[in-house]
Design a protein around this ligand. Structure first.
Ligand code: A2R
Length: 309
């Protein structure tokens, strides 16, 4: 059987299917047969480090369990003729739910009010302070792709007015902002859902955060690298930004202590797509890509860089 290198975790269902077609090797294996590894299964967080890829001379395909593949150098893969696949679409609805959940949790102060009940403050001090309504807000989506559109759809029942910023204007019924600072100035909430990588590094900088302002809410379900975390913490501490709902961080799983101490943030451990149902669908697509590539050299969901291969 061909040799498959496993980087990061896979589910039992994925393993059972892969074991029927591949001999699976872990990165930590002392006797890793680097020369004969033809396939890699990894995830968006671990990716494939350049030094690992360099040590695999017969690598033909990398299947990424996730839609974001910024931890894999796809251009270098194209040069070497290595196919890269990912899992788009099957997680759109779940990540959109996470984004909306973070937005609602910020507006309605879910964590503060939960603590209010648990601490006994309700009985002792009376009703909790009022919160802000999440209805009829102007929401700017940074990255109106597959997931961004799903977020817009999920916000429709809240009467949201959707606007967006991307590099190219889309054929959608929402106002387009070619400039991100201008959009941030005009919205109540900014939701980040671009890919990670150098092109989007710290796209949400101090200028964007200041434009969002003291009444603004920032939600990030994309990559930690998209937001300047130092600028974000400072703005939240100084009241220059109102609230933040964050699923992703610059140095996961490390989260700045200063962020953890702030009352005006909701923090999640990168669980945007992490439900049993959605991870099963992502796992199935990850394995389907590998098995199809093994069978006839084609794949179901190549990353854009590899679509012409
Ligand atoms: O810029 P465009 O026209 O290519 O639109 C894409 C936008 N985008 C950007 N917007 C502003 N500045 C950039 N430098 C930039 N780069 C990309 O992000 C497009 O509207 C959106 C990405 O959409 P999709 O490719 O359909 O990705 P999907 O499936 O929505 O996933 C987005 C990301 C993943 O890469 C993971 O990092 C995360 O969500 O879970």
């Amino acid at each position: 059987m061909p040799d498959l290198l496993q980087i990061g975790g896979i589910t039992d269902v994925m393993r059972a299917r892969l074991e029927e077609a591949f001999t699976i090797h872990a990165l930590a294996d002392t006797a890793l047969p680097s020369e004969t590894i033809t396939h890699v299964v990894t995830n968006g967080h671990d990716g494939v480090k350049p030094e690992i890829m360099d040590g695999l001379p017969n690598l033909k395909m990398i299947s990424c369990y996730g839609v974001g593949y910024d931890a894999i150098d796809a251009s270098a893969c194209v040069e070497r003729g290595i196919m890269v696949t990912h899992t788009p679409n099957v997680l759109n609805a779940e990540v959109a739910t996470t984004a909306v959940m973070l937005m609602l949790a910020c507006y309605r102060e879910v964590l503060r009010d939960d603590a209010y009940v648990r601490s006994g403050a309700w009985a002792k001090d009376g009703n909790a302070p009022l919160t802000r309504s999440a209805d009829n807000q102007t929401v700017g989506i940074l990255g109106l792709g597959r997931i961004g559109q799903a977020i817009a759809d999920k916000l429709a029942p809240w009467g949201a007015k959707i606007v967006y910023h991307t590099r190219t204007e889309k054929d959608v019924p929402y106002t387009y902002y070619p400039n991100l600072v201008d959009m941030a100035r005009d919205v109540d909430t900014l939701i980040c859902i671009t890919p990670g990588g150098p092109a989007t590094n710290k796209l949400v900088n101090a200028d964007v955060i200041d434009a969002l302002g003291p009444q603004g809410t920032l939600v990030n379900v994309s990559r930690g690298s998209v937001v300047d975390e130092v600028a974000l913490v400072a703005a939240l501490q100084e009241g220059r930004l109102g609230w933040a709902g964050l699923d992703v961080f610059e140095r996961e799983p490390q989260v700045p202590e200063a962020l953890c101490k702030l009352p005006n943030v909701v923090l999640l451990p990168h669980v945007g797509s992490a439900t049993v149902e959605t991870r099963a669908a992502m796992g199935a697509l990850t394995v389907d890509n590998l098995l199809q590539h093994l069978a006839d050299g084609t794949v179901i969901s190549a990353v854009p860089e590899c679509q012409g291969m």
